[in-house]
Write a protein that binds this ligand. Sequence first.
Ligand SMILES: [Zn+2]
Length: 126
Amino acid sequence: MQTHSTQNSDRFKPRKITVESEKQYLSIVWADGHHSVYSFEGLRGNCPCVFCRGGHDKMGQPFELALFMKKPQRLRKITKIDQVGNYAIQIQWEDGHNSGMFKWEQLRTTCPVENGLIDADEYDRS
Ligand SMILES: [Zn+2]
């Protein structure tokens, strides 16, 4: 059953996902044209898996925006991204951790660009 309006489903539907390993961020262009960037550090820090969250009851929590601004402690690498159904991506990290499912809705809602924390154009400038 479709509960979102067309506009909303565009908002939560990625059109293009790019892993910028050198610059340490994930770039998502959404169906509504918005461009989001997520630092690896923030993604890993917000890993929504039960292990990183510390319990099933904490799994639905929204991402912490501040983590996307956190200075990385080390270089991270994303080795693989799998799409999960039509609602999430599963990120595999270089250390083998891959149980976190990042829902479109969660990602878009905590987009650091949309929330005014960073400027996507600045990230794209090399
Ligand atoms: Zn995790």
